[in-house]
Design a protein around this ligand. Sequence first.
Ligand code: GTP
Ligand code: MG
Length: 205
Amino acid sequence: MKIKSADFVMSNSDVAKCPNEPLPEYAFIGRSNVGKSSLINMLTERKSLAKTSGRPGKTQLINHFKINENWFLVDLPGYGYAKVSRRDKNIFQKYITNYFLQREQLVCSFVLIDIRHEPQKIDLDFMQWLGENGIPFAIIFTKADKLKPLAIEKHVENYINELLSGAWEEAPQHFVTSSSKKIGRDELLEYIDGINLQFFEATKK
Ligand code: GTP
Ligand code: MG
């Protein structure tokens, strides 16, 4: 898929105020600093469409970007950011939770995982919660430029085995990416294209 246009549409903290067009959308979620915003920029080949930062906690709202005039990428705040107060955490959780539970246009959530780390409870719990609520997701391993090819393979295998030894009977769809080295771009866009096609086929009927 070619990216012909990528436009920022709006930011907000209320799912009811998100764009109301019936277009498919893809949300990026994961720990703070895992590279959600960077990946949106890499996919769209726009340097600073989504705001990035070396410090965790940069993205604070639900941000909609309209791609090729007919689907959305959604940049979300990260979870697991220790410096946010308990009160802010509760508010964050509520509007993000509402987004996932209420957003009918959400066709796939991408859960981003830093490929260098061992499986973390917060991510495993979040995927479990998505599964329990019937919200489709795929895993995106980020920052693959930080590891050598053999280590990448080993880390992915280890992660998938952890899921299979827990609640998952099948390995979720997963991708290996690097925003700085542009790894995984074609695979992800192809995956999105496939889901978009299904979405528009189903809505035609
Ligand atoms: P929050 O909005 O705070 O939740 O963070 P985020 O997940 O959106 O992360 P962001 O894209 O802002 O990136 C965080 C840091 O990781 C930045 O310093 C990026 O330059 C760096 N980073 C992101 N992707 C990659 C990557 O593929 N490789 C490397 N080496 N660094 C990356
Ligand atoms: Mg961000």
